[in-house]
Ligand binder design. Structure first.
Ligand SMILES: *[C@@H]1O[C@H](CO)[C@@H](O)[C@H](O)[C@H]1NC(C)=O
Ligand SMILES: *[C@@H]1O[C@H](CO)[C@@H](O)[C@H](O)[C@H]1NC(C)=O
Ligand SMILES: *[C@@H]1O[C@H](CO)[C@@H](O)[C@H](O)[C@H]1NC(C)=O
Ligand SMILES: *[C@@H]1O[C@H](CO)[C@@H](O)[C@H](O)[C@H]1NC(C)=O
Ligand SMILES: *[C@@H]1O[C@H](CO)[C@@H](O)[C@H](O)[C@H]1NC(C)=O
Ligand SMILES: *[C@@H]1O[C@H](CO)[C@@H](O)[C@H](O)[C@H]1NC(C)=O
Ligand SMILES: *[C@@H]1O[C@H](CO)[C@@H](O)[C@H](O)[C@H]1NC(C)=O
Ligand SMILES: *[C@@H]1O[C@H](CO)[C@@H](O)[C@H](O)[C@H]1NC(C)=O
Ligand SMILES: *[C@@H]1O[C@H](CO)[C@@H](O)[C@H](O)[C@H]1NC(C)=O
Ligand SMILES: *[C@@H]1O[C@H](CO)[C@@H](O)[C@H](O)[C@H]1NC(C)=O
Ligand SMILES: *[C@@H]1O[C@H](CO)[C@@H](O)[C@H](O)[C@H]1NC(C)=O
Ligand SMILES: *[C@@H]1O[C@H](CO)[C@@H](O)[C@H](O)[C@H]1NC(C)=O
Length: 635
């Protein structure tokens, strides 16, 4: 039987064999097989770092079994239970200590006995499905026949049946991160219990795999995730666990790891993590309290034999933070024996998200990191933030993107209302606002929501520089003829942003730069001093000579009454302002550590192209990013 309905068969490279649920291997079959247990125990004997990680996982398990369960609201407990069941069932696998398995059994039976698994928010249902499936599979030997039946029935009735119920499964049309989470977990569920009732398991596979496949297209051609870093890692949690489960239960991954771009997802996740957090744009958050959402890198590192990916990730977290249950499954000591970080490129770029990153060092957090996107506005979770950048230096973020406001704001996910919220607007990002009228703070103009803003050139002038240029013309096509933005690090010690704008009629231009640093302006309003900890950075306005910096209001509630948005307390917008409307202007800003004079670097973007001497990458204007044709949009 074919897995794919003809109309949905997109990739010839996806295996189209059906899953023979009657020949699934014995339990445990989901990743933590006897073979993996042996590998973990043997790595633990020789790898002191891993010994520490397992020590922290043991602490998590010991704490979990000593803490009463609290299951008040699914959205707050589903991820906690996932992490605790993972740690505890994993410790049982390593030790055979029934103190762990007893807690797991009690926990998953309690969950199984809930009246439902919150199908109105299927992200929770899916998460719970995976947790119960892994718990069931890993402590299978300790379950009585009746307990097994109870759990199997719960997965079937509380997850599979509502998933397939067309009157309540409109969530299944999501082609964003939801797809990896919901369908990934459902597939893990079928691998756990598919031998009990192959009929319903096959229905779930036939339902989920084609939909998942639509979402996976968006990794083409080079592995980035259009919703930005934090949603990329959230999707990655479940994708990695699903891939690992397919490998161990079927001996193959249905061809998914060969889909266009999938082989490079690990690179995007690795390169997208700066000194202080991820290069998140749009609704995404950039801080990570532990490695849970980054561990899919471990899966991809082993799958594609990329030591640098695993090491890049682990080097960002303490041992305690790295000790989430995925460390049982995806740590690979062979890939962490010889440090390879100094040998991997310090830059990367991704056409499918129109984004790039650069860092001056993988090891030394005293240097620079920046991320820059052109961007495909208005896609799932998107903001009107094309042309934005983030900058880390000496362990602080100096230019940051603010992430989302509350998802329960009125029509937060519906245009045009979405584009009235500060954090979704161009003004609330680190980009340009261009209008044919003089703009006032909190009312800067937006970009065009449907614009595709490609990264067109990326390269290095020498081994201590990296630049990128985005063509933002489409985002301002209502008022401009050409808008190009270039960013560059020079001499591994200065960061520049250059905008070249041509308009048919005179326009007002403002450029936003958000930071949580303390900010003061120099007397001439052409320098801003940003302070965090004991570091002070200067933003110097180099061009044009009549422009000035202004600390503009970031509190949207000063703009209209009845405001329920975040007030952005402590967040500054150091904006470039022009005294006058203009038809042709170049804006140039430099960021340096105080005491370092910015170089004279008045070179047009056109010459940046020709000055590229190393690792020169040329993109093109992508009018129709084919990989995003099925992406969710807000316009
Ligand atoms: C890992 O090795 C350490 C040191 O020998 C030992 O104390 C610990 O019990 C081992 N962990 C497991 C799960 O076997
Ligand atoms: C756990 O039990 C299994 C099955 O009896 C056995 O093969 C394995 O060696 C045991 N592991 C430990 C750490 O005792
Ligand atoms: C299952 O839940 C019901 C009420 O919802 C409760 O009466 C019963 O004791 C629970 N059973 C178990 C095994 O937890
Ligand atoms: C599908 O869901 C609706 C709404 O909750 C419910 O009334 C109906 O019984 C469900 N159908 C099945 C087959 O479970
Ligand atoms: C298996 O699942 C199908 C589809 O939901 C259902 O009709 C059937 O009763 C189930 N069979 C058993 C043995 O539970
Ligand atoms: C580690 O990764 C290598 C390269 O992909 C692979 O050959 C090896 O089996 C992996 N080892 C473990 C324990 O996963
Ligand atoms: C493994 O990775 C950790 C975290 O980056 C590092 O501290 C350790 O030195 C690495 N290698 C070994 C052999 O432990
Ligand atoms: C400014 O642009 C808008 C369209 O964005 C247009 O409707 C309006 O007429 C323009 N105003 C001027 C003064 O050009
Ligand atoms: C920028 O994009 C516009 C519109 O897509 C295009 O006409 C123009 O040639 C592009 N500019 C460059 C320098 O690529
Ligand atoms: C700098 O900006 C402040 C606040 O807007 C203003 O009061 C001051 O006059 C400006 N200074 C100069 C030299 O323009
Ligand atoms: C503003 O623009 C007008 C016409 O474009 C020009 O005459 C005037 O000198 C400009 N003023 C400043 C301060 O640049
Ligand atoms: C814009 O200004 C630059 C610098 O003065 C000049 O070289 C360029 O020709 C101008 N472009 C247009 C379209 O006026």
């Amino acid at each position: 039987m074919l897995l794919f309905h003809p109309g949905v068969l997109v990739f010839a490279s996806v295996a189209s064999a059906s899953i023979d649920f009657s020949s699934l291997p014995s339990h445990p079959r989901l990743m933590f097989t006897d073979e993996r247990v042996q590998a973990v125990l043997s790595m633990n004997e020789t790898d002191l770092y891993y010994q520490d990680v397992l020590g922290y996982l043991k602490k998590t398990a010991v704490t979990a079994i000593a803490t009463p369960l609290s299951l008040s609201s699914a959205s707050s407990w589903s991820s906690t239970i996932r992490m605790n069941v993972g740690a505890t069932a994993g410790m049982y696998r390593l030790t055979n200590d029934t103190a762990y398995s007893e807690w797991v059994i009690e926990t998953i039976l309690t969950v199984a006995n809930l009246s439902d698994w919150d199908p109105s928010n299927f992200l929770n249902t899916a998460d719970i499905t995976m947790t119960v499936s892994l718990g069931y599979d890993w402590v299978y030997d300790e379950l009585t026949e009746n307990q097994r039946k109870t759990i199997e029935a719960a997965i079937s009735e509380k997850s599979f049946v509502p998933a397939l119920n067309s009157s309540i499964n409109s969530w299944s049309e999501h082609t964003n991160n939801w797809a990896q989470v919901t369908h990934g977990c459902l597939i893990i569920g079928t691998l756990a219990i598919g031998d009990i009732n192959a009929t319903i398991a096959t229905q779930v596979i036939d339902f989920s795999l084609p939909k998942l496949n639509v979402s996976l297209q968006q990794y083409a051609p080079d592995g980035g995730w259009v919703e930005g870093y934090s949603y990329g890692t959230y999707a990655g949690i479940f994708l990695g666990l699903m891939m690992g489960s397919l490998d161990s239960a079927l001996g193959n991954d249905l061809g998914i790891s060969s889909l266009p771009g999938m082989g490079n997802l690990g690179a995007w996740l690795t390169h997208g993590f700066g000194q202080t957090g991820g290069f998140s744009w749009a609704d995404g958050a950039w801080t990570f309290s532990n490695a849970n959402s980054l561990w899919s890198i471990g899966y991809w590192a082993t799958r594609f034999n990329q030591a640098g990916w695993l090491q890049g990730m682990l080097s960002k977290f303490t041992t305690a933070e790295a000790a989430t249950f995925q460390a049982f499954l995806f740590y690979n000591a062979t890939l962490n024996t010889t440090n390879v970080l100094s040998g991997i490129p310090r830059y990367n770029q991704f056409e499918n998200v129109a984004g790039m990153t650069y860092r001056t060092s993988w090891k030394n957090s005293d240097g620079w990191f920046y991320g820059f996107i052109g961007g495909y506005n208005g896609r799932s979770h998107g903001h009107l933030d094309a042309g934005s950048f983030v900058v880390d230096y000496k362990g602080y973020r100096w230019a940051e993107l603010l992430g989302s406001d509350s998802y329960s704001l009125t029509n937060y996910f519906t245009a045009p209302r979405r584009w009235t919220y500060y954090r979704c607007r161009s003004e609330g990002a680190n980009t340009l606002s261009i209008s044919n009228r003089t703009q006032t703070a909190l009312h800067f103009a937006n970009q065009i929501p449907s614009a595709n803003n490609s990264l067109i050139r990326v390269g290095s002038f020498d081994s201590s520089s990296r630049f990128g240029i985005a063509n933002l013309t489409e985002a301002y096509a209502n008022v401009s003829t050409s808008v190009l933005r270039g960013v560059a690090v020079l001499d591994d010690s200065q960061f520049f942003v250059r905008d070249e704008i041509i308009a048919p009629d005179a326009v007002d231009i403002a450029a936003s730069w958000h930071t949580t640093a303390n900010v003061s302006l120099g007397a001439d309003n052409r320098t801003a001093f940003l302070t965090q900890g004991d570091i002070t950075m200067d933003i110097t306005l180099m061009l044009p000579s009549n422009a000035y910096l202004e600390l503009v209001d970031t509190n949207p509630c000063n703009a209209y009454s009845g405001c329920s948005e975040m007030t952005n307390s402590g967040i500054n917008n150091v904006a470039v302002r022009l005294p006058n409307l203009t038809t042709n202007v170049t804006i140039l800003l430099a960021l340096t550590e105080s005491g370092t004079m910015p170089k004279k670097f008045n070179t047009s973007l056109n010459s940046w192209y020709s000055m590229c001497t190393m690792d020169c990458w040329k993109g093109e204007n992508v009018e129709d990013p084919y990989w995003l044709r099925n992406a969710e949009v807000y316009y």
